[in-house]
Write a protein that binds this ligand. Structure first.
Ligand code: G3H
Length: 482
């Protein structure tokens, strides 16, 4: 999709294979092809976005709010018709279970509808005048310009749209690059974009980041870099921009969210929340619990029951009934997880669940590792996959130190009952991370609540409300009392 046209691509292409194999020998199915764009094509796409913005004079950035909302409403009604097609791709391309695939689609529709409502409120508030010292101010919210959006493979629809939708509705023009895995699921929606927005407002690039996204950044014409993914890619792209001070960043990055299980925790609840927290979508969520700290007084019972529960999880294809674990879309992930396990074993940890580490072509069964120590790679790295490091503790201060020293600061889950003990702990933890979950696992939603992080976990805040502000700037018209 470029400049309001669906291009009939004649150039080089990349083949997209399924994550799911339909046969025993792991033969992947060819699902389709996508353009393998080069620098020149990427720069043409950039030109379309710049032309549509037209230095703030374009049709889209100057359009009345009600008209922009009508375009977005039109888009979401067309998008809803593509539910089955998108869900099918979510299952085949990234191996997301059927219920979670439907959830991702429906959550995205709700996100767009909430964004539209919030934008109406924002516009109503902006319509008010302020007066101070004889100066009247008519405050407005205006677009920032050209936005480059890149979404992640674990939520290729929802998180890409969590960037794209607020950016578009605020009057910016956008170029987006679909995630490497989850690239085809955008295809059923391209027609809806084309029919709902003026030419050049929404444009898509495909290909290697260094061949297409890097030259776009090097042009110096990007005003906002919006990316959900890893900090390495975010830094590499920022570094390409010749005028960094002009670039606004909206970034959702890595996390190493800890689950802390205190001596008086309700163990049934803690175990069930830690299972979903560590292993939903095989642990491939930035909000996943990526390390568990268990008090030494309950460690034996916790570990025994937790390990049994992990072993009882069912592996299968996304459409199988009650499936908990599914194939991994990144071909290199099983070997990476195996490497983390071996490193931890060499440094003294054991796999404490029977099936832990069983490996097949595109899957590794979750391994619970205990006791984990600071020198292990699994302690230091964001594993983003099915391995669960567990570290014992005796004093809570040890953990607070570790969280404070971490490079990340997104969320924490705290399991315990004694409110007198929990209250001061919460007061400290909210100064180290951005969300403390009491007796529940970490998560991003509901999407109306702020989603952000400290340190290397995020730049800016993503929620329906905050994202509209992240992709716009307050301006005002002043007049004097004379
Ligand atoms: O990968 C990071 C996502 O923001 C996680 O979102 O907590 O809704 O699964 P979630």
């Amino acid at each position: 999709l470029n400049d309001g046209k669906l291009i009939d691509w004649n150039g080089k292409t990349d083949e997209v294979f399924s994550t799911i194999s339909s046969s025993e020998d792991y033969q992947k199915t060819l699902l389709g092809t996508v353009p393998h764009m080069d620098k020149e094509t990427a720069l043409e796409v950039l030109e379309s976005a710049c032309h549509a913005f037209d230095k703030g004079k374009g049709l889209w950035p100057t359009m009345k709010v009600a008209e922009r909302i009508a375009c977005m409403e039109n888009f979401v009604s067309k998008m809803k018709l593509q539910r089955e097609a998108v869900v099918k791709y979510l299952m085949w391309e990234i191996g997301k279970s059927m219920p979670d695939s439907y959830k991702e689609f429906d959550r995205t529709v709700e996100y767009i509808e909430d964004t539209i409502e919030d934008y109406k409120d924002l516009d109503r508030d902006s319509a008010k005048f302020s007066k101070k010292d004889g100066v009247y101010a008519h405050i407005r919210r205006g677009p920032l310009g050209i936005v480059l959006c890149l979404g992640p493979y674990n939520y290729p629809l929802n998180e890409t749209f969590a960037l794209l939708i607020p950016a578009i509705i605020m009057g910016n023009t956008v170029i987006f690059k679909p995630a490497k895995h989850g690239v085809l699921l955008i295809s059923p929606l391209l027609e809806a974009f084309k029919e709902s927005f003026p030419a050049g407002v929404v444009n898509v690039i495909y290909g290697r980041g260094r061949e297409v996204a890097a030259p776009i950044m090097q042009s110096g014409r990007i005003d906002v870099l919006a990316l959900i993914g890893n900090s390495k890619s975010a830094i590499a792209l920022q570094d390409q921009h010749p005028y960094k001070n002009r670039l606004r960043l909206v970034l959702g990055l890595e996390a190493k969210n800890p689950g802390i299980i205190l001596p008086d925790a309700d163990l049934d609840l803690a175990i069930s929340e830690c299972i979903s927290g560590t292993l939903s979508f095989n642990g491939q969520r930035c909000t996943a619990l990526k390390i568990l700290y268990v008090h030494e007084s309950i460690q034996e019972e916790f570990l025994k029951r937790f390990a049994e529960k992990v072993d009882s999880l069912k592996f299968g294809n996304p459409w199988d009934e009650n499936v908990n674990l599914t194939p991994l879309p990144e071909p290199e992930k099983p070997a990476y997880i195996q490497g983390l396990i071996e490193d931890a074993q060499q440094k003294g940890a054991k796999i404490i669940n029977k099936k832990g580490g069983e490996i097949s072509e595109n899957f590794i069964f979750p391994a619970v590792l205990f006791p984990v120590t600071k020198d292990m790679n699994v302690y230091q790295e964001e594993q983003f996959g099915p391995v669960i490091p567990v570290k014992p503790f005796s004093e809570i201060e040890e953990i607070l130190e570790e969280i404070a020293d971490s490079n990340y600061g997104q969320q924490v889950s705290l399991f315990g009952k004694d409110i007198c003990e929990l209250a001061p702990l919460i007061d400290t933890l909210v100064n180290l991370v951005c969300r403390v979950n009491l007796n529940s696992s970490c998560q991003r939603g509901p999407d109306v609540f702020p989603f952000t992080g400290r340190k290397d976990s995020a730049v800016g805040t993503l929620s329906v409300h905050d994202a509209l502000r992240s992709f716009s700037i307050r301006t005002f018209v002043a007049s004097k009392d004379n």
